[in-house]
Design a binder for this molecule. Sequence first.
Ligand code: COA
Ligand code: ADP
Length: 608
Amino acid sequence: MFVLWSELFSAVSHLCDHYISGTPKMSRHQNGEEYRNPTEVKKSQIVMPCHANHRQELSVGELLKWMDSTACLSAERHAGCPCVTVSVDDIHFEHTIGVGQVVNIKAKVNRAFNTSMEVGIVVSCEDLFSDTHWSVCRAVATFVSQRTTGGKVQLRPLVPCTQAEQVEHSLAAERRRMRLVHADIMKDLLANRAFQQGQSLNCNGAVPAERTRVESVELVLPTHANHQVNTFGGQIMAWMENVATIAASRLCNAHPTLQSIDMFHFRGPSHVGDRLVLKAIVNNAFKNSMEVGVCAEAYQGEEPLRHINSAFMTFEIRDQEGKPCTLPRIRPEPLGMRRYQEAIARNKIRLDRKYIISCKQTEVPLSVPWDLSNQVYLSYNNVSALKMLAARNNWLLNSEKNKVSLYTLEQKQVLSFKVETEVDIPAERAFMLLSDLSKRVEWDPNYERCELILRVNDDDFLYRVVTPSISQDGASNSPSADQGGKVQDFILLASRRPPCDSGDPYVIALRSVTLPTHPPTEGYNRGEVLCAGFSILEVSKDISKISYFNQASPEVLPYISTDIAGLSSSFYGIFCTCNTFLQENRVDHTSTPHKTDLGPGTFFCGCE
Ligand code: COA
Ligand code: ADP
């Protein structure tokens, strides 16, 4: 599971730009002063020849050091104590930076959890002569407050102030969830045989992998460490990038360009006096890109090696015009076949991730094919889309009946609606009842049938939902009463998330996916849902605020259009039946806890 965090980050950039870019759209205080996040830290640096590579471009290692130190200062600003880097999520470099240009780095804490914080980093480049600015990369790092003799240092919560901060705060919980399962999910994916059959091994004219092998040792000096004698994470990343670049150059005797880095995870600390052994090799070469794996281990004296970090970097070789060159094939070492195969799997995962996550929310294809390699991104995309929709602050009240409110929102020609009310039920119970989509047929007349196709994991489920056809006047027709119009079916991914912290809502997100096992069938119009679902907020122990959202695709619009036009209040009727359903099931009469309905460990919450 590789998440191109820079891309996840940019998916919300339209919301966050006014905060992050620091340019004209900044929020203002009531007193007219520009709002500035108290954890924000900025760094500007002119790129000098000593920071550059042979092409007079800023070395990525140098940039990683600057990014890490800026982010660390932001984390420490919030924590009020020394912090160390735990991980840096995937980074995709959009542009190189030349000597004489200025690098501007901004970092701010998105969210504080218990002892760790997520810090968002934005890097841009400025050309002083033409006064132009462009984005170089975005990254997301996690820092942890350094343990003291008294143990772990608990962080105070960070309260988001602007809408953009609220979105980042909410999405940070989702990113954290993915980060913490990253290693396990990768292991499962790589173990899956389906990934082992991507590329046939043709060794004719191939470069032997051992030719690219690099090993290099570094002595950690005080200049490489912070005031707590811990080696700077950025310094280790820079050393890793250095050996990876040498390995990449050896594949084709040319200077490579680093495209992206998969997640860095610092498994254990390193200190002044450590010897760091850095090893790299090209794991596989594809048409225009290669994967270099790099591993950092530390030792002191006779101690055994400690594994500090492993990372995978993607390089390409560019010609004079900047176009990527075709790369030679690689012949893996006899013991390197596993890494060769795993590099193919990771490459497929990266492509999937790019497809799903790099699109802006409104451009994501409605039905993305669901498969093992993209399930984590689809799930992230599902939840983050709903969270972003819910966070919009320009919902307009369309109508209200007995405290059930219908809101609408227009964004770039996409109409969304929200139905909201308070219900006399504990939030957790409402979440349990509403997240089991197969129960929706009991209260929603628009759900004629709902079958569970696959339980992906404890939090994600695939369903097939059949809805009645809708006549022009918005009345639903059952299949038998249907006159000409076909009934519709939807293949939905349902992703459920309990709150990460008090104050967070329970979330049930729905979006369409396609499944080769469930193609459209005769007699059914295959409908698509871009983004829908529930947000359930605990108002008090027994009262919940339930909001239902739907980004209305053409297939969904007819179900609500008469409500929006003020011609009916069927939304109210549906919420009444939903309320009755919730009240009737308010108490769990089953002997086993309800969560076993959907499987053990259903309440995974990344924040415990
Ligand atoms: N990505 C992001 N955060 C992670 C993580 C990962 N891969 N693994 C653990 N964490 C977070 C946990 O969520 C937890 O956060 P929380 O307290 O807010 O819930 C925090 O790190 C501590 O986790 P915990 O389980 O208590 O400890 P651990 O045994 O996993 O150790 C470190 C975590 C950070 C102490 C340990 O990995 C370490 O010392 N790493 C090296 C850090 C360092 O020195 N970096 C500088 C460069 S060497
Ligand atoms: P894995 O073996 O599962 O890939 P490791 O953490 O052992 O994970 O290594 C990460 C990457 O570092 C490897 O994929 C490989 O590219 C590189 N690497 C590891 N060990 C060596 C080594 N002895 N020589 C060269 N490169 C190495």
